[in-house]
Write a protein of this length. Sequence first.
Lengths: 187, 450
Amino acid sequence: VTALYLRSRRVGWIALLVVVAAALRRFLVPWSADPGPFTTTVSLTAVAATAAVIATGLASPCAEVERSAATLLPRLRGAQLLGTSALAAAGFTVAAASGGLSVGEYLRNLAGFIGIALLTGLVLGAHRSWTLPLGYVMLCAGEVDLGQYPLWAFPVLPAGNAAATGTAVALLAVGAVTVSVTGLPDR
Amino acid sequence: VIRLLRIELRHNTLLLLLPVVALLWLSSPIARHLQPMALWPDRSADIQSALQALCPFTAGVAAWTAYRERRRGATDLLTTTPRNAGQRALTALAATTIWAVVGYLAGAAVMLVVTAYQATWGHPVPWPLLIGLLAVITAAAVGFAAGRLVPSRFTAPLTAIGVLGLLALAAETGFHHSMYGRLGPLYPAVNLTLSVFYPVRTGLAVVQAMMLGGVLATALALTLLHTGNRRTGLTAVVVGALLAGTSVVLVGTAHEDAQRAVVVPALDHVDVQRPLPYTPVCGTSALPVCVHPAYAATLSVVDKSVNALVRPLLGTPGAPVRASEAPMETILDVTMRGVPPELAIPPIFVQGETLGPDAVARTYQTVMALALVDRPGTHPRHATDAQRAVALYLLHQAGVRADSFLLPASPAVRAAADRLAAMSGADRHAWLTAHIAEVRAGALTVRELP
């Protein structure tokens, strides 16, 4: 059952794409070193892409049938989320550490973006879970452009900011628990 | 075909996302700066930069639309219908493109109307508007081609986010003087900083349009080839490759002129541009501040800020006799020029009663304070401690906090600034009269300050 579930969620592809996103982030370090709206965008797109892939990967190819017949789904979804998020965290840790970037900042942003993508998926459907993370990247870059750093734009706050870390962790926790229990609508 | 297009238009996801794009645009720095004054070249470029919000969503929705037959398991069913697969695909693409263009034109129309009421200089520059429009159409075609070629659940998110990343990366490299990065449509098609002082050059815009045309033709070609239209597809590939290749070659020959505008020799024969004539508008304060007529509405705010800073230096040797707006690329180029000296300041967009948001105003005033007390042409970060101490005093007496990056104040610098502030007005003026030339020359240490 687990093998069939993993295949239906394209977990192999998710793993590959997550690793590619982390590698791309490492490759782009020389072009995103200076602070600015465009470098913020470049930096956050890799994280947003990873979060979107993880959330979209939860889409079921036969949602209604599965929901009415399967009993193990919450556990399987939870395990999938945990596994893919852990892989992404490992990938970005290596990318950030080898590129001289702040590991804590990347892990925080990854957690927050995964949470946002999951919550977006809950409202709009798994296939459209990328829309809010995409818009959020633009909003954060806009704040950098204005030289403003409010808490709602937690990805642009320094790594040591406890409120920003708390926001990101809360987003991930709420998103992961809710999605593990209810799943994402197939829209 | 019209009926099919109407159905596609009614069911297109981009229609639902356009309000989201509008909200993003309204919360962007550009929309927050929609009042009270405007220059046509800048606003034209602002409209171009609206593509940053629209293109990624357009590309994502186009990709999502392109692989829906596969997602819904309807590929075999639709293969048996008499409708040509290419025509069906292009109709779906057309619907996405139409909504994207409608969104772009609606945003552009609002900006143009607002600007028509606010503009103090110039006239609408069509090239940036066209580049934005072409970029939106190209994003739809690229997203659609990606969705056709790689029909996967991950295609839409990766295309949308990838387009945003690519646009930002090209702009970032462009702003770091890479000519190839300037081919990206997010890089302003016209030179903005000096648009009130010199005519606008359009060579870069033409090259950007060629690159976008090339990418658009190639993306359409890939869709056509995928749907079996081999002949048209191959023709489009050749056209696309020629356009994109030509734009790369042309931008490779480009260089910057003295005003940092991009000159493409094959498209622009004027190497040295003549400045546009204008009569400055001047204030009547102790230090006259003169601005370009386009910025006349900002004169009182700039005048007040400059005079508040310069007040203790008035009447001392080497003090500026005037502050004038002059063409300069960045605020860091503020300096004293000529004999008798004038403080050259950049044209400043003032929105409201201050020089800008707190952080921006702090930067402007810190740079001006440093320029008043350092050697002309010195980078603000290279000021000596004595110069920093006097600049810090000037800022404090004007009621302004210093920008700590441009003016890092050590305890010794802060103490010296406090000592200056504690002196009586007459003693301070006497000391500044006797020693300000040595401060500017970097001949005094911070300990030698009173």
